[in-house]
Design a protein around this ligand. Structure first.
Ligand SMILES: Cc1cc2nc3c(=O)[nH]c(=O)nc-3n(C[C@H](O)[C@H](O)[C@H](O)COP(=O)(O)OP(=O)(O)OC[C@H]3O[C@@H](n4cnc5c(N)ncnc54)[C@H](O)[C@@H]3O)c2cc1C
Length: 300
């Protein structure tokens, strides 16, 4: 049986891959990132010989319906900042690594185009091409999927057009001493959410590492700004002293503003799943991937 290609190894892609493989359908995953997990991401920064870790994407996970609660338990997630929310240890990216075990995953591969070949597909990337594949399931944010789908399935691409995400500028900062602030705070000037990342379970509690996310208005207004230009206003809004170091990361597609309203899409041998389908959270992305796998398997 020819394998299926899955573009994207975030929660939607990993969920689809696990379900397909469990049903006996071989799959190959491709992701442009350095590892699996997508927006469940952890960045390491070495400063003065010490490694600091920051969850610079998703902050915590809610698990409201099967199978996600059992999956988070199996992955060893711990409650934070309250009993209703969970975080993977030692960083958010650990969940992607857990889910990717046993899967055929190629990282560092940016797919630039799809090419039809007979009844199947090839994936093109800077280093060459992959395939043939029986089908391609795209699980990246909709604005990144549309240009890949449009030449082959304009109707499918058009159905993704209403899906919209907010951008999010995120500052990662380490401080020499504990800040007199609560563990998390919301809606303070341009800040949408900020958290003492080093207070999460399994992190290095001797460090004072903060993740400061700008709200959507600030992030949109500064979308094309240099990283240095967003650091100062966000640190000032936190009321923070001089950090040991600070970096900024821009997410062009962070939290969902407009969902598709369907669990997934499948047209012929091309499919789409992501948090853009049902709602902008990790659990919704996981459910969307599972729904797409079920749709593929049901086509016979
Ligand atoms: C700043 C921020 C804060 C968030 N906070 C929370 C939170 O607290 N709780 C929560 O539940 N959710 C949160 N989210 C949302 C959550 O991260 C997402 O809903 C979820 O991770 C989406 O999973 P996904 O698989 O749909 O997409 P992604 O995780 O984006 O995965 C898509 C993958 O596709 C890859 N890709 C894209 N284009 C290509 C290409 N051309 N070739 C190869 N690979 C490609 C990307 O590298 C990526 O790994 C947050 C997101 C952000 C950015």
């Amino acid at each position: 049986m020819p394998p299926l290609a899955i573009l994207g190894a975030g929660l939607a892609g990993l969920s689809a891959a696990r379900a397909l493989l469990a049903a006996g359908q071989p799959v190959r995953l491709f992701d442009k990132g350095r590892g699996p997990g997508g927006r469940l991401a952890t960045r390491r920064v070495t400063h003065a010989g010490a490694e600091h870790r920051f969850d610079h994407g998703a902050q915590y996970l809610r698990a409201e319906r099967a199978p996600f609660p059992a999956l988070l338990a199996e992955a060893g997630c711990a409650p934070w900042p309250d009993a209703a929310r969970r975080v993977p240890l030692p960083g958010m990216s650990a969940l992607g690594r857990h889910l990717a075990r046993g899967l055929d995953l190629a990282t560092g591969v940016t797919v630039t185009a799809l090419r039809r070949e007979g009844a199947g597909w090839r994936l093109l990337h800077a280093g060459g091409e992959e395939g043939p594949f029986a089908g391609v399931l795209l699980t990246c944010p909709a604005p990144q999927a549309i240009p890949l789908l449009a030449p082959h399935a304009p109707g499918l691409a058009a159905r993704l057009a209403p899906i919209r995400y907010a951008p999010c500028w995120t500052v990662l900062a380490a401080f020499p001493a504990r800040l007199a602030l609560p563990e998390t705070l919301r809606g303070q000037g341009p800040i949408g959410w900020a958290a003492r990342d080093s207070a999460k379970p399994g992190r290095d509690a001797t460090q004072e590492n903060w993740v400061i996310q700008a709200g959507p208005d600030f992030s949109r207004a500064h979308l094309e700004a240099a990283p240095e230009a967003v650091i100062a206003p966000l640190l000032a809004a936190l009321g923070a002293p001089e950090p040991l170091f600070a970096q900024a990361h821009r997410w062009r597609f962070s939290l969902l503003e407009q969902a598709l309203g369907e669990p997934c899409l499948l047209e012929g041998t091309l499919g789409y799943a992501s948090d853009g389908c049902l709602g902008g959270r990790a659990e919704a992305a996981f459910d969307s991937g599972a729904a797409l796998a079920a749709r593929w398997l049901a086509r016979g």
